[in-house]
Write a protein that binds this ligand. Structure first.
Ligand code: IPE
Ligand code: IPE
Ligand code: MG
Length: 247
């Protein structure tokens, strides 16, 4: 039993799933075994999010920097990703989950791109929850690709400098279809953003936990959501202003 308030759930929850390698190293296992257990955690948390009623769940699964890891680890991660997409499609359809992917997807192996496209297409009607995988994603890459497209629209005469407001800029980011995250969870004890959403996290609440991603349970997930529900989001205002606004 938990005491989450349905109306106060974070509409968009993002997670930096970190600590798979350390989980495996602690057990003298290969890092890849940690990623395999990490995929189980993904299944568990996606299921819990859907049940609890989260609208948008975004998982940082592979960063633009992760390409520089040893070739064998990158290959294993790509294989796990493909496997995840193939095994989860049916459950996503049954639970009305819409899958999306953001990042420099053209860098992914062709088979992964194909599997992604297929799952994205088949789940497009899902209205239960949007699950977004950030793959080959970098926050700086995201901002730069937005700036490049804005400049080319400017050159074509379709956009004037004064039109470039926050809302418009957001529409050029890979996350254009998502609201800004309300809550960010990062596992593994690292207290950094690691080039995840840079623009999008401007007013996101952050929950850091030392738990390694394969050990992240449904119970702790609920703890994180409860912590979020107990915070006062002030957006630069005074506490009094916020409370008057609430009432
Ligand atoms: C997160 O776990 C998974 C990815 C970054 C792909 P790590 O592999 O970074 O695990 P640690 O940080 O080395 O423990
Ligand atoms: C962040 O984890 C990226 C993902 C979880 C996909 P990293 O393990 O790559 O982050 P750093 O390098 O420790 O900052
Ligand atoms: Mg890590």
């Amino acid at each position: 039993m938990h005491h989450l308030i349905k109306e106060k759930l974070p509409p968009h929850l993002a997670i930096i799933m970190d600590g798979n390698g350390r989980w495996a190293e602690k057990r003298s296992l290969d890092r890849v075994e940690g990623h395999r257990q990490g995929a189980e955690s993904v299944r568990r948390i996606v299921r819990a999010s859907r049940e609890i009623g989260i609208s948008h769940l975004t998982l940082f699964a592979f960063s633009s920097e992760n390409w520089s890891r040893p070739r064998l680890e990158v290959d294993a991660l790509m294989l796990l990703l493909r496997n995840y997409l193939e095994t989860e499609l049916q459950e996503m359809l049954e639970n009305h989950i819409r899958l999306m992917a953001i990042g420099d997807l053209a860098r992914l192996p062709q088979e992964v791109q194909t599997a992604l496209q297929e799952s994205v297409k088949k789940t497009a009607q899902g209205r239960g929850m949007t699950l977004t995988l950030a793959l080959s994603y970098g926050g700086r890459d995201d901002i730069l690709q937005a700036v490049r497209r804005i400049m080319s629209h400017g050159r074509d005469g379709n956009l004037k400098p004064e039109e470039i407001q926050e809302e418009l800029f957001s529409k050029y980011l890979w996350s254009r279809d998502l609201p800004d995250p309300d809550l960010l969870i990062r596992t593994s004890g690292e207290m950094r953003i690691s080039n995840f959403f840079l623009w999008q996290l401007a007013y996101t609440e952050i929950y850091f936990t030392p738990t390694l991603w394969p050990d992240f349970t449904r119970e702790e997930f609920i703890q994180a959501l409860l912590s979020y529900q107990n915070r006062e989001r002030r957006f630069g205002l005074t506490s009094e202003q916020v409370r008057v606004g609430d009432g």
